[in-house]
Ligand binder design. Structure first.
Ligand SMILES: [Zn+2]
Length: 348
């Protein structure tokens, strides 16, 4: 993976369509005006020969472009776009409501566009999001001791068995058992590099990944099983602290994170992740050096794999490992993000 930007054809099409699923993926500079915009800017669309694409606002600024006053591309990417706010407010007002494509069209929304936005921002379909939202609320009720049948009916499930089935599918536990288990909250965090999904139990932060990483939903499920806890959308104290510290980090006000970490893996993975945390900010080490410091000279491939399996981006700094020749090497979140993080840490 050398460059994660989509092709110029694809980006120009997204620009013309104001496709919100490309928010956080690219920034467009308009040569004729010297202004740069988000993909969904409401300004008139520039001619193809006048545009230049960048992975992020930072690069557009470095090329001399000014931020657009209309779409404000310097504000964190991944905020809920205006066109979707009415729908999300409707979901929060009545999470048990069933939404059909017809209902979306009644709100003036294109169901395909809604689907694409949820796929990109939450890595799940709109209907999976609705189910997860209902289940999160249901789980809260269960913890407060509501009886199961009441919970099931109160959250839009026709029967208790339907509720159990949906619950098992998404959280890997039956409602009855979840009473005894821990709970992992999963929330969305915005950043200058695009939105991330963060997860934490009361004991530790266990997930921080860019939302465009594939297999994210599966990863959350696996993590829930490993930690033997149920998963619900929402926040908790650790996630609140994480959001604050991450904002400070991107502002250049923070170098180290002060958060308990929960990173269960194989013995080897855990040793590698521990070693990664010893690389100070502003530094980078090679896969070879890392293997040698673990007493496993020659194991740089295995080290590279364990590095790529890291689930807590930025905090377990897998971006601080580069190739022996000084080139960046790969990064799960895309090489442009790795470069951004290393630059950010070096300038402090
Ligand atoms: Zn704009």
């Amino acid at each position: 993976m050398l460059n994660t930007l989509p092709s110029e054809n694809e980006m120009y099409r997204a620009l013309v369509d104001k496709d919100a699923s490309y928010e956080g993926v690219f920034i467009v500079g308009v040569r004729s005006t010297g202004i740069f915009c988000r993909p969904t800017c409401s300004a008139r669309k520039p001619k193809r020969e006048n545009v230049e694409f960048f992975p992020a606002a930072r690069e557009a600024l470095a090329s001399g472009y000014r931020p657009c006053k209309r779409c404000r591309p310097l504000e964190p990417a991944g905020e809920v776009p205006l066109w979707l706010r009415g729908l999300l407010a409707g979901v929060e007002e009545d999470p048990s409501r069933r939404w059909r494509d017809r209902d979306l069209r009644d709100l003036g929304l294109d169901p395909g566009r809604v689907r694409r936005w949820f796929n990109r921002e939450h890595d799940m379909t709109f209907h999976a999001y609705l189910r997860a939202r209902r289940l999160g609320l249901a789980l809260g009720r269960i913890r407060q001791g509501d009886d199961l049948a009441g919970t099931a009916f109160g959250h839009g499930y026709e029967s208790d068995s339907g509720f159990r089935e949906a619950f098992e599918k998404y959280f890997g536990a039956t409602p009855g058992r979840s009473r005894e288990k821990g709970l992992m909250h999963v929330t969305r965090v915005t950043s200058p590099l695009g939105p991330l999904v963060a997860g934490a139990t009361d004991e530790g932060v266990c997930l921080l990944e860019f939302t465009d990483r594939r297999m994210l939903e599966k990863q959350i499920e696996t993590l829930g099983r490993r930690l033997k806890c149920a998963v619900a959308p929402g926040s908790n104290k650790l996630l609140d602290r994480l959001q604050t510290q991450l904002a400070e980090y991107f502002d250049g006000q923070r170098r180290e994170f002060d958060l308990p970490i929960l990173a269960p893996g194989t013995e080897f993975q855990e040793v590698v992740w521990e070693e990664l945390r010893k690389i100070p900010p502003g530094w980078a080490r090679s896969y070879r050096e890392l293997a040698e410091s673990l007493g496993r000279p020659g194991a740089q491939r295995a080290v590279g794999r364990a590095n790529g399996d890291n689930r807590i981006a930025i905090i377990i700094p897998c971006h601080r490992v580069v190739r022996g020749d000084g080139t960046l090497g790969g990064y799960g979140g895309g090489v442009w993000r790795k470069q951004f993080l290393l630059d950010l840490e070096r300038t402090k």
